[in-house]
Design a protein around this ligand. Structure first.
Ligand code: CTP
Ligand code: MG
Length: 231
């Protein structure tokens, strides 16, 4: 099956936890910046219909990238929170003629190590799903619930706890409507799935690789450098 999809890449964050001289998506690793590596995970895929990259309105770095002039990529103004950026990207897709029924994948600019096999598995697993879903990883470590005094209250059953990754894959029209409503009502939306859950849907989890990490702190960059440069 060759599932067709649109792509939205939120890339309007400032990277406060990375504390670098520029937003982390523009830091270079293995010869290219993080955002270029991220887009590369999708641009060769035969199912890709087109993409929107959501960047800060005054972002001086995006126009300098070669990939910014790729005819399949549009730019949108990102917003205050990640969900605002994603909503702007979805709206741009509709304006570009994408259909409400089309699949859209939302993928963090800061996750440049998405494996082709994970993208393939997500698309295959959800192609006929009525809701959609997301890549996720079961937690590995023993989990503790902590009290205000810094002492363990209990050990949590980790078999039912998964970490939510991206891409997250939903129908464009539904996701846009749900995100818009959630944001208008002041709901905290940390990922697309949480907005869909708020609207009463049950997104499907598709197990992915743990190394599809979100670059957050300087040590994550060092990790990428190590794994990419040893290939
Ligand atoms: N993002 C966005 N618009 C925002 C905030 C975040 O498009 N207003 C994007 C980031 O660029 C990133 C993704 O959402 O690709 C995940 O966010 P996160 O890892 O939290 O990135 P930052 O917000 O940039 O980092 P930090 O929270 O450390 O400031
Ligand atoms: Mg953030």
């Amino acid at each position: 099956m060759n599932t067709k999809f649109w792509l939205v890449v939120p890339a309007a964050g400032v990277g406060a936890r990375m504390a670098a001289d520029r937003p982390k998506q523009y830091l270079r690793v293995a010869g290219r910046c993080i955002l270029e590596h991220t887009l590369d995970c999708f641009l060769d895929h035969p199912g890709l219909l087109g993409a929107v990259v959501c960047v800060a309105p005054d972002d001086p770095f995006w126009p300098q990238l070669v990939v910014a002039s790729d005819p399949r990529i549009r730019r949108a103004d990102g917003g205050r929170e990640r969900a605002d950026s994603v909503l702007a990207g979805l709206t741009t897709l509709i304006q570009e003629g994408a259909a409400e029924q089309d699949w859209v994948l939302v993928h963090d600019a800061a996750r440049p190590n998405l494996a082709a096999e994970d993208l393939h598995r997500l698309l295959e697993s959800l192609a006929t799903d009525p809701v959609g879903g997301l890549l996720a990883v079961p937690v590995r470590d023993t989990l503790k619930r902590v009290g205000g005094d810094g002492r363990v209250c209990e050990t949590v059953d980790r078999s039912v706890i998964w970490q939510a990754y991206t891409p997250q894959m939903f129908r464009l029209g539904t996701l846009r409507q749900v995100l818009d409503q959630a944001l208008r009502q002041g709901v905290t939306v940390t990922d697309e799935s949480s907005a869909m859950e708020w609207a009463g849907h049950q997104p499907r989890l598709v197990e992915g690789r743990a190394d599809n990490l979100k670059v957050t702190r300087p040590e994550d960059l060092h990790y990428l450098q190590r794994i990419w440069c040893s290939r």
